[in-house]
Design a protein around this ligand. Structure first.
Ligand code: HPA
Length: 275
């Protein structure tokens, strides 16, 4: 079922955009979806018009696919994602990313808003994800495996490509955006973590906490795509931050970081469409 559904969504995207294949996809996280609107000549396709695509409901996610060409290379921007905490199955959570890979995207950029707990981290930092901790006891690959999508037991030794992180750092250097690096711990949400959970995550080796990205990264690796993960630290994590956490703080930090984020992604995309 999933395989046929992905094929149908892929056909819908090709028809709506006039582009059979895309090379790179970028998923925009909380408060970052405004990036898509600034893409010159982009074709917008609302998720609601793509058969099988789940439509996000949370604030700060608009829910459209944008297709643009950069030096003749088609790039797909997924503005808005759905989360497990909204009640979606993980198969639905990863559906858009699976469709992007099926549409030819051999590189997937996953961006998100995250809480920071690594030493010296502060709100506004942009951090490359080096690895993850899945603390949810859920996995998007649970259930029967479809060998047409990928292997039953996919390797996860390097979920977040070292090569793509190097390219991202080069892009950051070009436009004067410094990038940290850290391990992202996936919590289900929607409540933010307790201070004790944040300390647990820290002792376990994480630098970032958030409610997305990990299932998409697993599904993309399952299908053989390279993955780059970028977190915007929108707040210090609970108990490290002196103030209570709020979605308003998350979106306000994302708004402030928009200029730097846009510069980074503009410099990054040509690095990712190159061989
Ligand atoms: N925790 C989880 N998810 C988040 C956070 C956080 O502190 N900030 C933004 N998304």
């Amino acid at each position: 079922m999933t395989y046929e559904a992905i094929r149908a969504a892929k056909t819908a995207i090709a028809t709506a955009t006039g582009r059979d294949r895309h090379r790179v996809a970028i998923v925009l996280g909380s408060g970052l979806s405004g990036y898509a609107a600034g893409l010159p000549g982009a074709i917008e396709v609302p998720y609601a018009d793509i058969v099988g695509f789940p439509v996000p409901k949370v604030e700060g996610h608009s829910g459209s696919l944008f297709s643009a060409e950069l030096d003749d290379d088609p790039v797909m921007v997924l503005a808005g994602r759905v989360h497990a905490y909204e009640g979606w199955d993980l198969a639905e959570v990863v559906f858009a990313v699976r469709t992007a890979v099926a549409s030819g995207c051999s590189r997937i950029v996953l961006t998100n808003a995250a809480g920071g707990l690594g030493d010296g981290m502060k709100a506004g930092d942009l951090v490359l994800i080096s690895d993850h901790l899945n603390l949810t006891a859920r996995n998007p690959l649970m259930g029967p495996n479809d060998d047409r999508l990928g292997p039953r037991f996919p390797d996860m030794s390097e979920v977040y490509s070292k090569e793509l992180r190097d390219r991202a750092r080069r892009a950051g250097d070009e436009v004067n955006v410094s990038l940290g690096e850290g391990v992202y711990a996936w919590f289900l949400g929607p409540s933010y973590e307790s201070p004790a959970e944040v300390q647990m995550a820290k002792r376990m080796g994480s630098d970032l906490v958030g409610m997305s990205t990990v299932p998409e990264a697993i599904a993309a690796r399952h299908m053989g795509s390279q993955v780059l993960g970028i977190s915007l630290v929108t707040n210090l994590a609970a108990g490290i931050s002196p103030t209570p956490l709020s979605h308003e703080e998350v979106t306000a930090t994302a708004d402030q970081a928009r200029g730097r984020f846009t510069r980074l992604i503009d410099a990054l995309l040509p690095q990712l469409t190159a061989d």
